[in-house]
Design a protein. Structure first.
Lengths: 289, 308
């Protein structure tokens, strides 16, 4: 029996499905892109050639001094882009976490306990699904102070519904499986069964949904920021496009100002979506359903 | 004091076609180190009886009657007491062994967790105990099984692992639900030998429709349409069956010429009056329309028939 630490570590990695990456090149590519982006965000102060707030000659086209030129205030767009990764990824991840935690909790409790809990929780989910979320986000963001944290909370609190529905339907399948009944017969408590048996067999869709939730949160944030509802102190990619738009970048065809943040948003979203691509044998439970 | 005493146990499911009584008025006693086989056709209520004994049907059915385990009423236990009893005092070996393990957790981990939950042992000691039991149920390489996922094992291996898991907490009573279902003759023999060894320390209720498997138990209870129609010492019941259904069941065995009982098993026990077997019985008379009780015809041998 491999009880030594390296053995256990290998098992842990094996259980998370990392071993199957060699059969899943797209997912590997997604992981590589995201790791690179996270590293860029973390080490932004070391990587950015200039302070993004520092001003110099405005409207410069790309040169060796300013790789992506400067904006209307003479700030270096490349440095702004690197620092923007911090803001965009932070908002994406934190909103994604909030929405996943709410969605998974609602889905699991509704699906496992059924009865009135299900009706209440899924009814609430339906109501939230009916609300057009982008207009509501705009209204909320406009009324609250324009801060990064408000955006995180607003996006997180409005994006959990589809996760709840998805998790709920999987839990409905899992709870009727023989091994759940056997586990109950062995005297395990409901909470234990939920955490150890139901959640474990739902984790593949939770991973996938988390990835998509982060992507959609980043997109929502970009939309809000583009509309000028972002945090002016923490410039995200969406806000860079907003400023490029409102201060004549589009009109004067300064592509280096608006194109890079747009591309970065696309690439990041694509990387998150690539993460969710299923390998051949990623989910053992799928074979049983 | 009996280990398990079941009195007047009835289970009613609420179906779209109205209430459906799966078992009715079951009385059973299981003593310490007793072994009892419950036999009958599919749908006669054997598994429901097993599940109701462990109070697993609370959420989905109406259960009446009482189940007394070591003097304590199971249906009056608190949630905590109930969870403690299940798996530790009474262990259920469920049907369909391959589906009874969580597919994403290794076998050894699942057994170890049960041992830890029951408080029998912890940490390395629990793992060691799991390995001992895997070896005990006949795995020559318990370490390999310990680290295997359930889908990598055959039905017979899963059944053995399941028995290892259910018995690793040393329960007083094992309820084995169709332990030999779908197994070849050799695996079946292995399982039965193993269960037999387990009964040195535990009582056993074996739910089965395999009379050969049932023959290893000390007593047999025959169920038909939700009722016990004959119960007694194995030899007596198998060699001198009194109820016509029991006879038919024995004659339907391949070794006895495989003569099936004419007619169909009425799954729904809507006929609460009279003998439920009367539509298929060749000795049926007018009296059979009246309700009968289990009557003791000799020491420990009880039959529910007007002609007994």
């Amino acid at each position: 029996m491999e009880l030594s630490l390296p053995g256990n570590l290998f098992r842990l990695l094996n259980d998370t499905g990392i071993k199957s990456l060699d059969q899943n090149p797209l997912r590997s590519l997604g992981i590589i892109i995201l790791t690179a982006l996270v590293l860029v965000a973390v080490f932004a102060p070391y990587l950015a050639p200039h302070d993004p707030k520092q001003t110099s000659i405005p409207y410069q086209s790309p040169s060796s001094e300013h790789l992506l030129g400067t904006n209307d205030l003479g700030q270096d767009v490349f440095s702004e882009l690197i620092y923007g990764a911090r803001v965009s990824l932070t908002i994406g991840f934190l909103s994604g976490i909030i929405s996943i935690v709410i969605g998974v909790t609602v889905g699991i409790f509704a699906g496992y306990f059924r009865g009135w809990a299900e009706e209440l929780l899924m009814g609430t989910t339906d109501v939230f699904l009916l609300i057009p979320s982008l207009p509501l986000m705009i209204i909320l963001a406009a009324y609250l102070n324009p801060s990064m944290w408000n955006i995180i909370v607003v996006v997180g609190l409005l994006c959990w519904c589809s996760t709840a529905r998805l998790v709920h339907s999987r839990v409905l399948q899992v709870r009727e499986m023989q091994f759940i009944e056997s586990t109950r017969a062995l005297g395990y408590s409901d909470l234990y069964i939920i955490i150890r048996h139901v959640l474990v067999n739902t984790k593949d869709i939770i991973y996938a949904k988390f990835s998509l939730a982060v992507a959609s949160a980043m997109l929502s944030e970009a939309s809000l920021s583009f509309l000028g509802l972002g945090d002016p102190l923490n410039i995200s990619w969406g806000e860079m496009i907003h400023f490029a738009f409102s201060r004549g970048g589009f009109a004067n065809d300064m592509w280096w100002w608006y194109l890079p943040p747009g591309l970065m948003i696309c690439v990041t979203l694509l990387a998150f979506i690539m993460l969710t691509i299923e390998g051949r044998k990623d989910s053992k439970i799928l074979e049983l359903i | 004091m009996s280990l398990l005493k079941i009195r007047g146990l009835s289970v009613t499911f609420d179906t779209l076609q109205g209430p459906f009584k799966a078992i009715e008025d079951i009385d059973l006693d299981v003593e310490e180190l007793d072994t009892l086989a419950i036999v009958g056709e599919s749908g006669c209520g054997k598994s429901v009886l097993g599940h109701a004994t462990m109070r697993l049907l609370d959420d989905i059915a109406v259960v009446r009657g009482s189940v007394i385990y070591r003097g304590r009423e199971v249906y009056a236990m608190s949630r905590k007491e109930l969870l403690e009893m299940r798996g530790k005092a009474i262990s259920l070996v469920p049907q369909s062994p391959s589906a009874s393990f969580n597919p994403v957790i290794r076998i050894g981990k699942q057994i170890t967790e049960l041992i830890e939950k029951a408080g029998v042992a912890h940490g390395m000691e629990a793992e060691q105990r799991a390995l001992t039991y895997l070896e005990y149920v006949g795995f020559s390489d318990p370490h390999a099984i310990f680290g295997s996922y359930p889908h990598r094992m055959s039905g017979g291996m899963c059944e053995r692992a399941l028995i290892a898991m259910s018995t690793s907490t040393e329960p007083d009573l094992i309820i084995a639900d169709e332990p030999t279902k779908g197994l070849d003759a050799l695996s079946r023999k292995n399982i039965l030998d193993m269960l037999h060894r387990m009964t040195a320390e535990s009582s056993l209720i074996m739910i089965t429709h395999d009379l050969k498997a049932a023959a290893m138990c000390k007593r047999i209870a025959v169920m038909y349409s939700g009722e016990i129609i004959e119960i007694g010492p194995t030899r007596v019941v198998l060699e001198h069956p009194v109820h016509h259904y029991t006879r038919g069941l024995i004659d339907a065995q391949p070794s006895r010429g495989m003569r099936p009982i004419p007619g169909r098993h009425t799954i729904c026990s809507h006929k609460s009056e009279g003998c439920r077997f009367r539509d298929r019985c060749d000795r049926v008379r007018t009296e059979c329309g009246r309700h009968t009780l289990l009557r003791e015809i000799e020491e420990g041998h009880m039959v529910r028939c007007h002609y007994a």
